[in-house]
Design a protein around this ligand. Structure first.
Ligand code: 9MR
Length: 394
């Protein structure tokens, strides 16, 4: 009796260990008694000490950064912001936008002018709470609307975002997952999101805001469950889902020399040394008038020296209200300095403002008493800041 139970256990063990694991299935890790080989077309990849997984095999060239398969539209002519950015050799001058804003005809008229904007980022509608509100239930209608808007006006799309501590549905943020469960949840989310937009998006900011301002890792459901390996998991899933899209890590307060920038530089070095795919760093650039960091250009150069490109992904420059002629003039200088820094760094591919108009800026609702952070005012009129942008590109 005892012997036959042992034989049965052995037989189960042998059959588990000999059947190949399926794509995305587990193939190793401490305590794992199942198969350590993967079905054809996949490679058993160590995610962490407790979990190895069959990931789609990729040509090694994908680890050094793809050329995007999303096409770059023809450059517009003239002296508006995107036309000048293209003439300066950049891919775009762009803006964030949001779905609720697309019913504002006057706003959309300017948004749709590719001589002003050659690129759009969805401010909210590709985030986790919008795209997978319930586990396994995906909704892409909001993101699709922004993609259609961009395509109709020859504008490039940047995706935003795959893994972020904020705007998570409660089924994710409440946690309670094993590391294997959360690994598979991240993979399924990033993979489904990126696959849905395959070929449509030049760049995804897949991993957003991993660090606290002191450079330590942010405590969130991802880090608390998986440690730093969640970054690898998200980046690898994103690359596998659309090898033609560039993958960025995006953060704020990395635009100046300091602990946070150092942590991001170290993260990029570490990812590169381990062959984890990462193509770019997004410097958000949510600045304050008169306080644009003087080290912006040199920080961008430090990132590009590591073999990644950079982009300014969420630029706005806020002031304490009310605005004055002096503050608006300083803001013009500040915008000019930020654009000039990108222009001067060959690996800086473009600049995105975090919505072009004060009418739809996130700033006043977040920073009490502050606002007027964008280059167009709340009446959709250009401010001196816009002249700073064009002067810098020209
Ligand atoms: O612009 C976004 C705003 O509408 C949302 O309410 C807010 C919620 O977190 O997120 C804003 O966008 C953020 C971006 O996704 C990541 N970097 C900071 C941006 C400003 O908060």
């Amino acid at each position: 009796m005892k012997l036959s139970a042992t034989i049965l256990a052995l037989a189960i063990y042998v059959s588990l260990a000999t059947a190949q694991s399926q794509e995305w299935g587990q193939c190793g890790g401490i305590g794992w008694a199942g198969s350590t080989t993967c079905v054809s077309g996949t490679v058993c990849t160590v995610i962490n000490a407790y979990y190895s997984q069959c990931l789609p095999a990729r040509p090694s060239s994908e680890c050094t950064g793809p050329t995007s398969t999303a096409s770059i539209p023809p450059a517009p002519t003239g002296s508006n912001s995107n036309a000048l950015a293209r003439a300066a050799g950049k891919l775009y001058f762009g803006t964030a936008t949001d779905n609720s804003e697309l019913s504002d005809a006057a706003y959309v008229a300017i948004l749709s002018d590719d001589s002003y904007f050659g690129q759009l980022t969805p401010a909210n509608s590709m985030k986790w709470d919008a795209t997978e509100p319930e586990q396994g239930v995906f909704t892409f209608s909001g993101g699709d609307q922004i993609v259609s808007q961009a395509k109709a006006h020859s504008q490039i799309m940047r995706g935003h975002n795959c893994v972020w501590y904020n705007q998570l549905p409660s089924w994710v943020s409440n946690g309670g997952f094993t590391s294997a469960q959360l690994t598979s949840i991240i993979q399924n989310h990033c993979s489904t999101l990126v696959s849905h937009y395959k070929g449509e998006i030049i760049t995804h900011a897949f991993e957003t805001e991993p660090f606290n301002d002191d450079g330590t890792w942010r405590s969130d459901v991802f880090y608390n469950t998986l440690g730093t390996s969640y970054v690898d998991i998200a980046l690898q899933a994103a690359r596998a889902a659309d090898p033609g899209a560039k993958i960025y890590i995006n953060d704020y307060n990395i635009e100046m020399t300091g602990a946070k920038a150092t942590s991001m530089l170290n993260l990029i070095k570490d990812l590169k040394s381990r062959g984890i795919p990462v193509d770019g760093v997004g410097l958000q650039c949510h600045f304050i008038v008169g306080e644009v960091p003087t080290s912006l250009q040199s920080i961008m150069q430090q990132f590009t020296a590591l073999g990644v490109e950079v982009a300014i992904t969420e630029l706005d420059i806020r002031m304490t209200l009310p605005a004055s002629t002096a503050l608006l003039a300083q803001q013009e200088t500040d915008y000019k300095n930020v654009i000039s820094a990108c222009k001067a760094v060959s690996g800086c591919v473009g600049v995105t403002v975090w919505d072009y108009t004060d009418k739809y800026s996130w700033v006043p609702s977040t920073f009490s008493g502050q606002g007027e952070a964008c280059p167009w005012d709340a009446n959709l009129q250009k401010k001196p800041a816009y002249s700073g942008i064009t002067a810098a590109w020209a």
